[in-house]
Design a protein around this ligand. Structure first.
Ligand code: ADP
Ligand code: ADP
Length: 221
Protein backbone atom coordinates (compact mmCIF):
# COMPACT_ATOMS: atom_id res chain seq x y z
CA UNK A 1 0.00 0.00 0.00
CA UNK A 2 1.26 3.45 -0.96
CA UNK A 3 -0.09 6.10 1.41
CA UNK A 4 0.07 9.81 0.71
CA UNK A 5 -0.73 11.27 4.10
CA UNK A 6 -1.90 14.86 4.25
CA UNK A 7 0.64 15.68 1.54
CA UNK A 8 1.21 19.22 0.30
CA UNK A 9 3.55 19.85 -2.62
CA UNK A 10 4.48 23.38 -3.64
CA UNK A 11 5.99 24.57 -6.94
CA UNK A 12 6.35 28.32 -7.07
CA UNK A 13 2.93 29.73 -6.20
CA UNK A 14 1.25 26.48 -7.18
CA UNK A 15 0.28 23.95 -4.49
CA UNK A 16 -1.22 20.47 -4.67
CA UNK A 17 -2.74 18.55 -1.76
CA UNK A 18 -3.21 14.79 -1.66
CA UNK A 19 -4.49 12.40 0.99
CA UNK A 20 -4.68 9.02 -0.72
CA UNK A 21 -4.38 5.31 -0.03
CA UNK A 22 -3.29 3.42 -3.14
CA UNK A 23 -3.50 -0.37 -2.86
CA UNK A 24 -0.62 -2.48 -4.17
CA UNK A 25 -1.32 -3.89 -7.62
CA UNK A 26 -3.83 -1.16 -8.55
CA UNK A 27 -3.65 0.27 -12.05
CA UNK A 28 -4.57 3.91 -11.82
CA UNK A 29 -5.10 6.59 -14.45
CA UNK A 30 -4.17 10.10 -13.24
CA UNK A 31 -6.31 12.58 -15.12
CA UNK A 32 -7.16 16.28 -14.89
CA UNK A 33 -6.73 19.57 -16.74
CA UNK A 34 -3.35 20.71 -18.04
CA UNK A 35 -1.38 22.42 -15.28
CA UNK A 36 -3.50 20.79 -12.54
CA UNK A 37 -0.50 19.10 -10.93
CA UNK A 38 -0.46 15.55 -12.33
CA UNK A 39 3.29 15.63 -13.03
CA UNK A 40 3.89 17.34 -9.69
CA UNK A 41 2.11 14.47 -7.91
CA UNK A 42 4.29 11.85 -9.65
CA UNK A 43 7.43 13.92 -8.97
CA UNK A 44 6.63 13.89 -5.24
CA UNK A 45 6.09 10.11 -5.21
CA UNK A 46 9.32 9.56 -7.17
CA UNK A 47 11.25 11.83 -4.79
CA UNK A 48 12.11 14.44 -7.43
CA UNK A 49 10.21 17.09 -5.47
CA UNK A 50 10.02 17.30 -1.67
CA UNK A 51 6.61 17.90 -0.11
CA UNK A 52 6.27 20.86 2.25
CA UNK A 53 3.94 18.86 4.51
CA UNK A 54 2.80 15.28 5.05
CA UNK A 55 4.29 11.86 4.44
CA UNK A 56 4.76 9.26 1.75
CA UNK A 57 4.50 5.75 3.24
CA UNK A 58 5.21 2.49 1.43
CA UNK A 59 4.07 -0.67 3.24
CA UNK A 60 4.37 1.08 6.58
CA UNK A 61 7.81 2.57 5.87
CA UNK A 62 8.17 6.36 5.78
CA UNK A 63 9.93 7.17 2.48
CA UNK A 64 9.11 10.89 2.47
CA UNK A 65 12.77 11.88 2.56
CA UNK A 66 14.29 8.85 0.79
CA UNK A 67 16.30 9.69 -2.33
CA UNK A 68 14.77 8.54 -5.66
CA UNK A 69 17.10 5.54 -6.04
CA UNK A 70 16.05 4.18 -2.65
CA UNK A 71 12.33 4.34 -3.34
CA UNK A 72 10.22 1.40 -4.51
CA UNK A 73 9.59 3.37 -7.68
CA UNK A 74 10.36 2.96 -11.39
CA UNK A 75 9.57 5.80 -13.80
CA UNK A 76 8.78 6.04 -17.49
CA UNK A 77 8.29 9.59 -18.63
CA UNK A 78 7.46 10.89 -22.11
CA UNK A 79 11.09 11.49 -22.94
CA UNK A 80 12.15 7.85 -23.06
CA UNK A 81 15.78 8.61 -22.24
CA UNK A 82 17.43 5.67 -23.95
CA UNK A 83 21.09 6.47 -24.54
CA UNK A 84 21.44 6.84 -28.33
CA UNK A 85 25.08 5.67 -28.48
CA UNK A 86 24.40 2.40 -26.60
CA UNK A 87 22.67 -0.66 -27.99
CA UNK A 88 19.55 -1.99 -26.26
CA UNK A 89 21.44 -4.62 -24.26
CA UNK A 90 23.70 -1.93 -22.81
CA UNK A 91 20.85 0.49 -22.23
CA UNK A 92 19.01 -2.20 -20.30
CA UNK A 93 22.13 -3.29 -18.43
CA UNK A 94 22.17 0.21 -16.96
CA UNK A 95 18.74 -0.47 -15.43
CA UNK A 96 20.33 -3.36 -13.52
CA UNK A 97 23.61 -1.59 -12.69
CA UNK A 98 23.30 2.17 -12.87
CA UNK A 99 27.04 2.52 -12.30
CA UNK A 100 27.84 0.61 -15.49
CA UNK A 101 30.14 -2.38 -15.90
CA UNK A 102 29.82 -5.62 -17.76
CA UNK A 103 26.55 -7.49 -17.08
CA UNK A 104 26.88 -10.99 -15.63
CA UNK A 105 25.52 -14.04 -17.43
CA UNK A 106 22.48 -13.99 -15.15
CA UNK A 107 21.88 -10.31 -15.91
CA UNK A 108 22.18 -10.95 -19.65
CA UNK A 109 19.55 -13.66 -19.31
CA UNK A 110 17.22 -11.25 -17.49
CA UNK A 111 17.72 -8.66 -20.23
CA UNK A 112 16.93 -11.07 -23.01
CA UNK A 113 13.87 -12.28 -21.08
CA UNK A 114 12.63 -8.68 -20.68
CA UNK A 115 13.16 -8.00 -24.39
CA UNK A 116 11.17 -11.11 -25.21
CA UNK A 117 8.32 -10.09 -22.89
CA UNK A 118 7.90 -6.76 -24.70
CA UNK A 119 8.17 -8.27 -28.18
CA UNK A 120 11.77 -7.26 -28.95
CA UNK A 121 13.41 -10.70 -28.85
CA UNK A 122 16.70 -10.72 -30.71
CA UNK A 123 16.99 -6.92 -31.05
CA UNK A 124 19.41 -6.34 -28.16
CA UNK A 125 22.25 -5.32 -30.48
CA UNK A 126 20.22 -2.46 -32.05
CA UNK A 127 20.79 1.13 -31.08
CA UNK A 128 17.66 3.17 -30.27
CA UNK A 129 17.95 5.10 -33.55
CA UNK A 130 17.55 1.84 -35.47
CA UNK A 131 14.19 1.17 -33.78
CA UNK A 132 10.72 2.45 -34.68
CA UNK A 133 8.87 4.71 -32.21
CA UNK A 134 6.79 1.76 -31.07
CA UNK A 135 9.89 -0.38 -30.55
CA UNK A 136 11.53 2.41 -28.53
CA UNK A 137 8.46 2.48 -26.28
CA UNK A 138 8.71 -1.28 -25.87
CA UNK A 139 12.38 -0.91 -24.95
CA UNK A 140 11.49 1.70 -22.31
CA UNK A 141 8.91 -0.70 -20.89
CA UNK A 142 11.54 -3.45 -20.82
CA UNK A 143 13.73 -1.14 -18.75
CA UNK A 144 10.87 -0.56 -16.33
CA UNK A 145 10.43 -4.36 -16.01
CA UNK A 146 14.12 -4.84 -15.26
CA UNK A 147 14.11 -2.16 -12.57
CA UNK A 148 11.75 -4.55 -10.80
CA UNK A 149 10.12 -1.96 -8.54
CA UNK A 150 6.62 -2.42 -7.10
CA UNK A 151 5.42 1.09 -8.07
CA UNK A 152 5.47 2.26 -11.69
CA UNK A 153 5.03 5.95 -12.50
CA UNK A 154 4.31 6.80 -16.13
CA UNK A 155 3.82 10.39 -17.33
CA UNK A 156 2.20 10.42 -20.79
CA UNK A 157 4.57 7.64 -21.78
CA UNK A 158 3.16 6.80 -25.18
CA UNK A 159 1.91 10.25 -26.25
CA UNK A 160 4.11 10.27 -29.36
CA UNK A 161 2.58 7.06 -30.73
CA UNK A 162 -0.44 6.73 -33.01
CA UNK A 163 -3.74 5.59 -31.44
CA UNK A 164 -3.52 1.90 -32.43
CA UNK A 165 0.07 1.53 -31.25
CA UNK A 166 -0.74 3.40 -28.04
CA UNK A 167 -3.60 1.00 -27.25
CA UNK A 168 -1.30 -1.93 -27.90
CA UNK A 169 1.37 -0.48 -25.56
CA UNK A 170 -1.20 0.21 -22.83
CA UNK A 171 -2.43 -3.38 -23.11
CA UNK A 172 1.17 -4.61 -22.83
CA UNK A 173 1.73 -2.31 -19.85
CA UNK A 174 -1.39 -3.70 -18.20
CA UNK A 175 -0.32 -7.29 -18.84
CA UNK A 176 3.25 -6.83 -17.58
CA UNK A 177 2.20 -4.79 -14.53
CA UNK A 178 -0.38 -7.44 -13.62
CA UNK A 179 2.26 -10.17 -13.96
CA UNK A 180 4.61 -8.29 -11.60
CA UNK A 181 1.84 -7.14 -9.24
CA UNK A 182 2.98 -3.53 -9.76
CA UNK A 183 1.00 -0.49 -8.65
CA UNK A 184 0.73 1.70 -11.76
CA UNK A 185 0.08 5.45 -11.85
CA UNK A 186 -0.35 6.59 -15.45
CA UNK A 187 -0.77 10.28 -16.25
CA UNK A 188 -2.85 10.83 -19.35
CA UNK A 189 -4.89 13.51 -21.07
CA UNK A 190 -6.84 10.93 -23.02
CA UNK A 191 -10.02 9.36 -21.53
CA UNK A 192 -9.51 6.41 -23.89
CA UNK A 193 -6.17 5.70 -22.16
CA UNK A 194 -7.80 6.06 -18.75
CA UNK A 195 -10.37 3.40 -19.71
CA UNK A 196 -7.56 0.84 -19.95
CA UNK A 197 -6.80 1.38 -16.25
CA UNK A 198 -8.98 -0.01 -13.46
CA UNK A 199 -9.08 3.09 -11.24
CA UNK A 200 -8.79 6.82 -11.72
CA UNK A 201 -7.37 9.64 -9.60
CA UNK A 202 -8.64 13.07 -10.61
CA UNK A 203 -6.29 16.02 -10.08
CA UNK A 204 -8.07 19.36 -10.14
CA UNK A 205 -8.42 22.57 -8.13
CA UNK A 206 -5.26 21.94 -6.15
CA UNK A 207 -6.29 18.48 -4.96
CA UNK A 208 -5.80 14.86 -5.95
CA UNK A 209 -9.08 13.03 -5.30
CA UNK A 210 -9.13 9.44 -3.98
CA UNK A 211 -9.30 6.78 -6.69
CA UNK A 212 -12.68 5.75 -8.05
CA UNK A 213 -13.42 2.92 -10.47
CA UNK A 214 -12.64 4.17 -13.95
CA UNK A 215 -15.84 2.64 -15.30
CA UNK A 216 -17.93 4.69 -12.89
CA UNK A 217 -16.14 7.94 -13.68
CA UNK A 218 -15.96 7.67 -17.45
CA UNK A 219 -19.11 5.70 -18.25
CA UNK A 220 -20.66 6.84 -21.51
CA UNK A 221 -23.84 8.85 -20.90
P1 ADP B 1 0.13 18.80 -15.13
O1 ADP B 1 1.11 17.69 -15.12
O2 ADP B 1 -1.20 18.43 -14.53
O3 ADP B 1 -0.03 19.44 -16.47
P2 ADP B 1 2.16 20.09 -13.57
O4 ADP B 1 2.30 19.24 -12.39
O5 ADP B 1 3.18 19.98 -14.66
O6 ADP B 1 0.68 19.92 -14.15
O7 ADP B 1 2.16 21.60 -13.11
C1 ADP B 1 1.31 22.06 -12.08
C2 ADP B 1 1.48 23.53 -11.89
O8 ADP B 1 2.72 23.80 -11.28
C3 ADP B 1 1.46 24.34 -13.18
O9 ADP B 1 0.75 25.51 -12.92
C4 ADP B 1 2.94 24.60 -13.44
O10 ADP B 1 3.10 25.76 -14.21
C5 ADP B 1 3.45 24.73 -12.04
N1 ADP B 1 4.85 24.37 -11.88
C6 ADP B 1 5.40 23.18 -12.16
N2 ADP B 1 6.71 23.18 -11.86
C7 ADP B 1 6.99 24.42 -11.39
C8 ADP B 1 8.17 25.05 -10.92
N3 ADP B 1 9.34 24.41 -10.86
N4 ADP B 1 8.08 26.35 -10.49
C9 ADP B 1 6.91 26.98 -10.54
N5 ADP B 1 5.77 26.46 -10.97
C10 ADP B 1 5.80 25.18 -11.41
P1 ADP C 1 3.86 18.76 -18.44
O1 ADP C 1 4.06 18.87 -19.92
O2 ADP C 1 4.11 17.38 -17.88
O3 ADP C 1 2.57 19.37 -17.96
P2 ADP C 1 5.16 21.16 -17.70
O4 ADP C 1 5.28 21.76 -19.07
O5 ADP C 1 4.14 21.67 -16.77
O6 ADP C 1 5.06 19.58 -17.82
O7 ADP C 1 6.57 21.26 -16.97
C1 ADP C 1 7.77 20.83 -17.58
C2 ADP C 1 8.91 21.12 -16.63
O8 ADP C 1 8.97 22.51 -16.37
C3 ADP C 1 8.73 20.46 -15.27
O9 ADP C 1 9.99 19.99 -14.83
C4 ADP C 1 8.21 21.54 -14.37
O10 ADP C 1 8.65 21.34 -13.04
C5 ADP C 1 8.83 22.78 -14.97
N1 ADP C 1 7.90 23.92 -14.85
C6 ADP C 1 6.62 23.97 -15.22
N2 ADP C 1 6.08 25.15 -14.95
C7 ADP C 1 7.06 25.91 -14.42
C8 ADP C 1 7.12 27.24 -13.94
N3 ADP C 1 6.05 28.04 -13.94
N4 ADP C 1 8.30 27.67 -13.44
C9 ADP C 1 9.37 26.88 -13.44
N5 ADP C 1 9.37 25.61 -13.86
C10 ADP C 1 8.23 25.13 -14.36
Amino acid sequence: MLELKDLRIEAGDFALEADLDLASGGRIAVIGPSGAGKSTLLDAIAGFRAPSRGQVIWNGRDITDAPPAERPVGVLFQDQNLFPHLDLDRNLALALRPSGGRPTKEERARISDALERVGLAGLGARKPGALSGGQQSRAALARLLLQDRPVWLLDEPFAALGPALKREMLALLDETAKAQGALVLLVTHDPKDARQMTETVLVADGRAEAPVETEALLADP
